[in-house]
Design a protein around this ligand. Structure first.
Ligand code: ADP
Ligand code: MG
Length: 352
């Protein structure tokens, strides 16, 4: 009841926006379900300055508004700062959902990982300056640790709220220049399993590059997913049985892998890796046994990085990228993994 009152009061005093307040800027993205623009507010309405991001969404817009509203209240720091969402019916193309966020920054993790400077370009962003230290594996490992810590922290927030993202990939992780941390974006494919908003038509295409081997989040013992958003009571017991959050853990494990291995950062090499891993029955240890003997310098460097500190990074990676969802580590447990030892936790604590 308290939560309801709070939400109501919050809505009363929150700024709302309409189409005429918004001035379109550069297009940032174009997906199959909508387009994303950088926008600003028309002068008379802008009490708070700063650029915003607008998504004009079709089918999945209602779900995305629902998810963002929930995140705002339950785990605001996990995702881009959501301002407002509404149904805009005067558009020529028919009804669209318009969603507004604060513009968090120019770069996604995908942009940053494409640079030859990665991960040092991220160190500069997080610290606001480049450290005057020699480059080397230890330093790279520290930066990757910090990024992984931030990603798992954000994911733990979502999962503790009962939300599974289902489209975790570097393109959906934005570097927030204000808070100097990575935040998750694009909740268009997310599922809220506690309330039963579980919007996956069977034909919904998950991004095959980052998707865990299980196609659907709920196992076959669960009634099949509804084809429209409906409220069904899904008990926490079901969540426990199926561990749907582990779908995201697999994806974030692949991001960890790409950060460690420069040679696996391109789309093509990731697709090739996925094929190799499938041939190894999704067993990273046997993948390592097949590729390591004839590994080039880039692969060798990745193994070296993960083998630091007694192979604690490799241990964490192999506990995320596993075939069986129930054998994958949770975000919360991963945050307490020895990989984020004293120094890792220090790096995280200055961020919060
Ligand atoms: P899509 O459905 O097109 O994938 P996204 O929500 O992922 O939509 O947004 C598309 C792109 O827009 C992102 O990859 C990112 O570059 C940019 N973007 C989205 N939200 C923000 C934000 N809050 N701040 C800055 N850039 C954003
Ligand atoms: Mg996206």
């Amino acid at each position: 009841f308290d939560m309801f009152v709070l939400a109501f009061v919050e809505r009363l005093f929150r700024s709302t926006y309409k189409k005429d307040d918004i001035v379109l800027g550069k297009k940032l993205g174009e997906g199959s379900f909508g387009s994303v623009y950088r926008v600003s507010l028309a002068k008379k309405t802008s009490s708070k300055g700063g650029d915003l991001v607008l998504k004009r969404a079709t089918e999945y817009g209602a779900v995305e508004i629902w998810m963002n509203e929930r995140v705002r209240r339950a785990c605001a720091n996990s995702c881009a700062d959501f301002l407002y969402g509404f149904l805009e019916s005067s558009s020529k193309k028919g009804a669209e959902y318009w969603l507004l966020w604060r513009f968090e920054g120019k770069a996604t993790l995908a942009d940053l990982m494409q640079s030859r400077e990665f991960p040092y370009n991220v160190e500069a962003l997080i610290l606001g300056e480049v450290q005057d230290l020699p480059k080397g594996l230890d330093r790279e490992n520290r930066i990757i640790q910090t990024i992984m810590g931030q990603l798992l922290f954000a994911l733990d927030g979502l999962h503790s709220t009962g939300i599974v993202h289902r489209d975790i990939k570097p393109q959906n992780i934005i570097f927030s220049e204000g808070s100097r941390t990575f935040k998750i974006i694009d909740l268009g494919a997310a599922a809220d399993l506690r309330v039963g908003i579980n919007y996956i038509p069977k034909e919904f295409l998950l991004d095959p590059r980052y998707a865990a081997p299980e196609q659907y989040i709920m196992s076959t013992q669960t009634p099949s997913a509804p084809s429209a958003p409906v409220a069904t009571a899904l008990s926490p017991v079901l969540w426990q049985l199926n561990l749907p959050d582990r779908f995201d853990i697999y994806s974030v494990g692949l991001i960890f892998l790409q950060m460690a291995f420069p040679g696996l950062r391109s789309d093509n090499s990731l697709i090739q890796f996925n094929r190799q891993l499938k041939r190894c029955d999704y067993d990273l240890v046997s993948w390592r046994q097949t590729v390591e003997p004839r590994a080039g310098p880039e692969l060798r460097k990745g193994f070296e990085l993960l083998d630091l500190d007694g192979g604690i990074g490799w241990e964490l990676l192999t506990s995320m990228v596993r075939f069986k969802a129930r054998q994958r580590i949770s975000a919360k447990t991963a945050l307490a993994h020895p990989y984020f030892g004293r120094e890792g936790l220090l790096a995280l604590s200055f961020i919060q």
